[in-house]
Design a protein around this ligand. Structure first.
Ligand SMILES: [Zn+2]
Length: 419
């Protein structure tokens, strides 16, 4: 039999290939389990995945990782973050713990508005450096693709500056960054009509030039109302951006209705979404992106995670990192998805990989271990996927592989030369 050359072969007790979007209860079939599996990698891409006997017969590898006691999943995909900002708000966090509502903090000029003021004073270098530091921390927790939103601009010009900085980070980051243009909260002194003109005349066109694909709106009380959100998302769509929406996080005022109406690729948060809307989301192609740490620590109310799963929705999870709560840990996010949102471990890993990739239009490229996809992998010190959310180790990650290279190695993956 002819043998092919590969740069790297990874052998594992269990490979979760996650070949397709997972709806409903995930067992080994939708998760694409391969027991005693192996993955052949060449030029940073996956060239083959299958039984290890078969892969080792067909491929000669320059390098080899023996993870035959462990499971391997795709690199994690964090589909909702606010990583580009300056400053911190730990004092507000303490107030929220004492019972003050986030709405009250925002109403007095704190929260997002405070971060907008602080971000506008920070120079480009500081913003780029802090963004890179945060993304590196996420990489340590297995994240190899991350969505990052703008939204802390104090003026349309400021938003344009954040778009440019994000564009720069996309070019230099090891972790793949998916940038999103976000209308976060109304900018002080900028009326809605002026804002829409800025989106039409400069922000959306510049975003498109920089390769941005998504537009997002924070639709809620104290942010944008459903009518304004519809206007912004429709405008973005008409100019070539794909809508996402922050919907029903703190109150239900009809935001998820707008998300469904504009066919947003993701409806995010959903803490207050009524049952009849949950049913409509479940039969749509939109991904329900849940933020377990935000639900627990900021909102204080769970989203209807079990209802969404049972009805067959595409469910993803995200850190929702922001200065309201600096979650830089996707492993902890999986733990919370399992133990707080009652998402079964198989669904939790699907939510952090293939389903999240689907919401970013990247299925087949990242979030799965399939022929042709990026060789982004995480090796876990578990014997089975049921251990997600069960073994709450400091770091269950043995190593993280990005584009076929070991880039984080807390558990000491040994790369053997030649095979
Ligand atoms: Zn958000």
């Amino acid at each position: 039999m002819m043998s092919f050359n590969a740069d790297l072969i990874v052998r594992a007790k269990l490979v979760l290939s996650l070949p397709d979007v997972v709806r409903g209860r995930a067992d080994c079939r939708p998760l694409g389990c391969v027991e005693d599996g192996a993955i052949a990698i060449s030029n940073g891409r996956i060239v083959s995945v299958g039984l290890s006997d078969d892969i080792l017969r067909r491929y000669r590898a320059r390098r080899y990782i023996d993870a035959s006691r462990y499971i391997v999943t795709p690199g994690l995909v964090d589909p909702h973050t606010h990583l580009l900002y300056h400053g911190s708000r730990e004092d507000e966090r303490e107030e929220i713990l004492g019972g003050v509502s986030y709405g009250d903090i925002l109403a007095r000029g704190g929260g997002i508005l405070r971060t907008m003021r602080e971000t506008s004073k920070a120079d480009r270098e500081i913003l780029l450096t802090s963004l890179a530091t945060r993304i590196d921390a996420l990489l340590e927790s297995g994240v190899t693709t991350v969505e990052v939103k703008t939204g802390y601009g104090l003026s349309p010009q400021d938003e344009a500056r954040l778009l440019e900085i994000l564009g720069e980070a996309v070019k230099t980051s090891l972790v793949d960054i998916v940038p999103t243009l976000l209308a976060h909260v109304p900018m002080p002194g900028v009326d809605f009509k002026t804002l829409v003109e800025a989106y039409r005349g400069s922000l959306v066109p510049r975003a498109l030039e920089l390769g941005v694909r998504f537009i997002d709106v924070f639709c809620d009380r104290g942010a944008f109302n459903p009518e304004e959100s519809r206007t912004i998302l429709r405008l973005g769509r008409s100019l070539g951006l794909v809508p996402r929406i922050h919907a029903d996080e703190f109150s239900y005022i009809g935001c998820s209705d707008v998300g469904l109406e504009v066919q947003a690729v993701s409806l995010d948060h959903l803490n207050q979404t009524p049952s009849e809307i949950v049913k409509r989301i479940a039969v749509s192609d939109s991904t329900a992106i849940l933020a377990p740490s935000t639900a627990l620590a900021i909102v204080g109310k769970k989203p209807p995670s079990r209802e969404l799963l049972d009805l067959g929705a595409i469910v993803a999870i995200a850190t929702d990192h922001s200065p309201a709560l600096m979650n830089l840990n996707m492993v902890e996010t999986i733990n919370l998805a399992v133990n707080y949102l009652s998402i079964p471990p198989g669904n939790a890993i699907a939510a952090a990989t293939v389903n999240a990739a689907h919401s970013l239009g990247l299925k087949g490229e990242v979030g799965s271990i399939v022929e042709g996809s990026k060789a982004d992998l995480v090796i876990w010190s578990f014997p089975h996927y049921r251990w997600f959310g069960y073994l709450m180790h400091r770091s269950p990650i043995v190593c993280v592989i990005k584009n076929g290279m070991v880039v984080k190695n807390p558990g000491g993956c040994v790369v053997h030369e030649g095979l």
